[in-house]
Design a protein around this ligand. Structure first.
Ligand code: EMZ
Length: 385
């Protein structure tokens, strides 16, 4: 089977009941699987809240490794809007010309590096490096800071030993505390300083709130972006004609980005906590229980997507939920899309073909749920034009 094939792990349950149940650290969740139901529940923030105990809406739950609330991710309206309005313009900067030019320069020189090697382990030598360097642009801090983040590995909360590693999480929390203190002493034009000088509803943000925004920025776009980049490389390695197609028809790059996000669904699901006894497609959901909005399942719903299990790079209508849906849709989506756009463009310019030498799949496993999200390792030869 092709390395870049990602099958639909949820089809049977979606067609059969529309939901499925998983246990996660004794805090079970009812997974909502159909596209329409996922969007309906995401829209209904009153009944399905994000502002529960910090970490509880994440699956696997992070309540044991985190007590800082991620902002605006774990806040409900109306406070959510004030925070979101504050950070939104900053997270739209990736659309600016200077930002794109810097990102292009970063990705282009990284590709030049891997093109000189015989074989490249894509995650450690390419995607992790790319994500970390690009994050310096999003934070507007010196490029050299990326080296430290690269040393942290793919996931800021997960390690080889544990899916939820409190010691590892503490490295990030201490680092962010330090950076906030540095910015207080010596303000600059970086995200920390911008947040320190901002007000929400007439009040200065507290250090705790700033930490909440920063943890989200570091954690939310880490493994998700790394997987999206790695999976994109795997896809074009195995579909050279598609790479050629992008080169001949660069106008399809926009739809190609959306299609690859739909197909890979870098984030499988996100939870919500139920605030009152209710029903989700005729299944009871009790107050204070958890549901999950399963983006990966909704993105393969055949009643919405024709040939849902195929990658159709020029798919015209693509209401995917790969970046979530509703008020909490991904804050980092502009940055992520721009990374994929620059990556694809640069690949078409510099790379003739790519050969996968070996790959080990990364299967996300929670209770009985098993889903391929990317690779644990994938070695590729990049061939120059
Ligand atoms: C949280 C989450 C946000 C969570 C969009 O998703 O991403 C996960 O990778 C983190 O572990 O804390 O930020």
């Amino acid at each position: 089977m092709k390395s870049s094939k990602f099958s639909d792990a949820f089809e049977e349950a979606r067609l059969d009941k529309g939901v499925d149940y998983i246990n996660d650290q004794d805090d079970p969740a009812m997974m909502v699987l159909g596209h329409k139901d996922v969007r309906k529940c995401a829209h209904n923030w009153k009944t399905f809240q994000s502002g529960a105990v910090p970490g509880r809406i994440v699956i696997p739950s992070e309540v044991d490794i985190r007590d800082v609330r991620q902002i605006p991710f774990e806040v409900d309206p109306p406070a959510h809007k004030s925070y979101r309005d504050l950070v939104e313009p900053w997270f739209k900067r990736p659309l600016e010309e200077v930002y794109t030019a810097k990102l292009t320069q970063q990705i282009s020189s990284l590709l030049d590096e891997v093109l000189e090697k015989d074989a490249v382990e894509v995650i450690s030598e390419f995607s992790l490096v790319l994500q970390s360097r690009a994050l310096t642009l999003l934070l507007n801090i010196p490029y050299s800071e990326a080296d430290l983040w690269i040393s942290w590995g793919t996931h800021v909360f997960r390690s080889e030993e544990s899916a939820l590693d409190a010691d590892k999480a503490n490295i990030l929390y201490d680092y962010i505390d330090e950076q906030i203190d540095k910015a207080i002493e010596n303000p600059g034009e970086d995200l920390y300083s911008v947040l320190l000088s901002s007000e929400v509803d007439g009040k200065k943000l507290t250090k705790e709130e700033i930490k909440g925004v920063m943890i989200l920025t570091f954690a939310g776009g880490r493994d998700t972006v790394i997987n999206a980049v790695t999976n994109t490389i795997a896809y074009f390695a195995e579909h050279p004609k598609s790479l050629q197609n992008l080169q001949d028809n660069p106008e399809i790059i926009g739809t190609a980005i959306e299609e690859l996000i739909r197909y890979f669904s870098p984030l499988t699901q996100m939870g919500r906590v139920v605030t009152e006894d209710t029903q989700v497609c005729e299944h009871a959901a009790k107050a204070d229980s958890r549901i999950s909005l399963c983006w990966a399942s909704a993105n393969r719903d055949a009643s919405v997507f024709e040939n849902a299990n195929e990658v159709v790079l020029d798919r015209k209508i693509n209401p995917h939920v790969g970046f979530g849906f509703g008020k909490h849709s991904c804050l980092g989506a502009t940055h992520a899309r721009q990374i994929l756009r620059v990556l694809m463009t640069t690949l078409t310019e510099k790379v003739d073909s790519m050969d996968i030498i070996e790959s080990v799949e990364n299967i996300e496993e929670i209770d009985k749920m098993k889903r391929k999200v990317g690779f644990d390792s994938i070695t590729v030869r990049f061939n120059k034009k």
